[in-house]
Design a protein. Structure first.
Length: 342
């Protein structure tokens, strides 16, 4: 697993002191409490949390499908909460959204679904036709031009939804659990498509999910929501390796760095996710290198049918051995951090 580089760019979305309160028959529910985030141009920004953490409320507040109770959302420095209807409609064309359940028009063909935002924007028919074909090529559905949603698989429906979201040439793509309704193989293809869109078109992506593997695979930065509050935020690898919050430890399966678990000796902390946990990497390392590995502690959790966790091993005795071990583990998708070095 390669480390994702973090783009150096200015903010495209700024969330400042955001609160969202709902009044129900059971009383007030604080869905969001003082959320502050900055999403830079070119990021694939993940927002992760357990069910009820406030993820979907947050993404709907970004384009004002939900209106915040207080606080502000800035898009390119302009307050979304202060926009009039015309300004908001223009912003939504630049901050497009895809949903978990696709939200396609069943009575329209694939081409008709993708054309819909172009029709709303009154794009001339010939230009709209050309744009539809361009978008179908991007999402690899050129042969489904005249098909209807009922004839498509779940992954194909999501590709149509992505193409429709791209029709207005947005600068930001909001994805609300865009892969949750898909099987693992289809999820991989959709994530690869989103990553390609980010790189090729330069579109900033905000991705809501409860799946840690999704965050680790394509996101550059991550915010962990817990009870409507930001528990942690930062570059994905940094948050994954140095998780401090209880929410982060639950989500990522990280060993708590409590004093009684500290080996008090030079060690390597190895963090791994489902893909690398399912392979006999440590045993292969020992066989291939001949280096003895002393495992001090380990923690593995089974989440969504896969394994996540981390391991502490004693620091190899010499610099060559350490370099060999670190190089081997990182080449197999693990994150390695030195601890208790003098």
């Amino acid at each position: 697993m390669e480390s994702n580089s973090v783009p150096v760019a200015g903010p495209v979305i700024e969330i400042k002191g955001l609160h969202k309160t709902y009044v129900t028959t059971d009383g007030r529910v604080d869905a969001l409490s003082d959320v502050n985030l900055t999403i830079s141009q070119g990021d694939i920004y993940g927002i992760v949390g357990m069910s009820g953490a406030g993820k979907s409320t947050l993404i709907r507040c970004i384009n004002r499908l939900d209106t915040p109770t207080s606080g502000d959302v800035l898009y390119q420095g302009r307050s979304v909460t202060a926009m009039n209807r015309a300004q908001l409609e223009a912003t939504r064309r630049k901050v497009s959204m895809i949903f978990q359940q696709f939200n396609l028009f069943m009575q329209r063909s694939v081409a008709g679904n993708i054309r819909y935002p172009l029709e709303i924007a009154r794009v001339p028919s010939d230009k709209a036709d050309k744009r539809v074909r361009e978008l179908l090529k991007i999402v690899d559905l050129e042969d489904k031009l005249n098909a209807y949603p009922s004839q498509l698989s779940g992954g194909q429906k999501q590709r149509v939804a992505i193409a429709r979201a791209l029709a207005s040439e947005p600068e930001v793509l909001l994805c609300d659990e865009a892969t949750s309704a898909l099987d693992p193989m289809t999820t991989q293809s959709i994530l690869a498509l989103l990553q390609d869109i980010n790189k090729r078109l330069g579109i900033t992506i905000v991705l809501i999910t409860h799946e840690m593997a999704v965050i680790r695979q394509i996101c550059t930065r991550v915010a962990i929501l817990d009870g409507g509050k930001v528990a942690e935020e930062g570059p994905v690898d940094e948050v994954f390796v140095h998780t401090q919050s209880e929410a982060g430890k639950r989500l990522f399966g990280i060993l708590p760095e409590a004093p009684d678990e500290d080996p008090d000796m030079p060690s390597l902390r190895i963090v791994f996710d489902g893909a690398s946990a399912e392979k006999p990497i440590m045993s292969n390392l020992i066989k291939e290198s001949g280096i003895a590995i002393n495992i001090l502690s380990a923690n593995i959790r089974h989440l969504g049918g896969r394994q996540y966790g981390q391991m502490l091993i004693e620091m190899p005795s010499g610099p060559h051995e350490k370099e060999t071990v670190v190089a081997y583990l990182t080449s197999h998708g693990m994150t390695v951090k030195e601890v208790n070095t003098k």
